[in-house]
Ligand binder design. Structure first.
Ligand SMILES: C[S@@+](CC[C@H](N)C(=O)[O-])C[C@H]1O[C@@H](n2cnc3c(N)ncnc32)[C@H](O)[C@@H]1O
Length: 255
């Protein structure tokens, strides 16, 4: 089946001056009858129908979560790299760019998309390149546990923004190990994570465990925490959510 988003990008219907999360959802979000295949939103998706169903069923929650997280933040233009972990079809990066607009687009140097689903990754890369066709979009078709620290490295003086959109809560990968890989790269890092607030099959305890770990005194010579805050809230749609914002300067990474 044709991917309507790829088609809209190829035809110019979606372009750098006319693209947004809402437009993406209007084009492709539809009930394609495969909701059960999404595994509560956590399955690795295999088809365009599943991507469309995800956008239809979980798009509003994702948009509401990121609206709550991003609304109070400001962005002072400076060179940035974005890493979107388990990016799916790239909704979190799209919402980040929607929020900060041209200031962010002009500042973007690179976007790294990590996702084991090939069909999702292809759509995500097309969406990000459509927003900002001057930047490097790196696709890593792999699971988070297979990431190498060097794949996450930003150039000197570039702020790394790390997005975890409904991913940090998923059990099955070592979240401590992933953070340790991120913190191999010297420089400034801003981690933004949001998920449905739940306490089973992984869930919010993974947020709290990481938050507690980064503040341990034994890590002070490795990295310095400038800001760390966990917030639990209800989205517009009524779903409970948890978000973690962490700003860190890595002083003694190996990269
Ligand atoms: C709930 S979806 C969120 C997708 C996307 N971040 C968003 O907000 O639209 C979870 C995503 O994590 C991916 N995923 C699941 N386990 C993973 C793993 N071990 N490594 C990398 N990605 C994984 C799935 O393929 C899926 O795209």
């Amino acid at each position: 089946m044709t991917d309507q988003i790829l088609h809209a990008i190829e035809s110019g219907l979606l372009n750098a001056n006319d693209i947004s999360f809402d437009k993406l959802r209007a084009i492709s979000g539809r009930d394609s009858g495969v909701w059960k295949e999404l595994g509560r939103g956590r399955s690795i998706l295999r088809s365009t129908e599943q991507l469309d169903q995800y956008l239809y069923s979980y798009g509003p929650m994702t948009r509401n979560q990121w609206h709550e997280v991003l609304a109070p933040l400001s962005f002072n233009p400076e060179p940035v790299q974005v890493v979107d972990y388990g990016c799916g079809q790239g909704l979190a990066t799209a919402l980040l760019i929607d929020r900060f607009g041209k200031d962010l687009i002009r500042s973007l140097r690179k976007v790294i998309l990590v996702e084991p689903s090939q069909v999702a990754l292809t759509r995500a890369a097309a969406i990000v390149s459509c927003y900002a066709n001057h930047i490097d979009v790196i696709t890593l078709e792999k699971r988070l546990e297979a990431l190498e620290p060097s794949e996450l490295k930003a150039s000197t003086g570039v702020l790394s923004i790390h997005l975890f959109s409904n991913v940090l809560d998923i059990e099955g990968y070592d979240h401590f190990g992933l953070l340790a890989k991120i913190f191999q790269s010297k420089g400034r890092h801003f981690i933004m994570a949001v998920s449905h607030d739940r306490d089973f099959d992984g869930g919010s305890t993974r947020f709290r465990d990481l938050e507690e770990a980064v503040s341990r005194p034994e890590y002070q010579s490795w990295f310095s925490v400038q800001y760390s805050s966990i917030r639990q809230f209800s989205c517009n749609g009524g779903q409970s959510a948890i978000a973690w914002l962490l700003e860190v300067e890595v002083l003694n990474g190996s990269l």
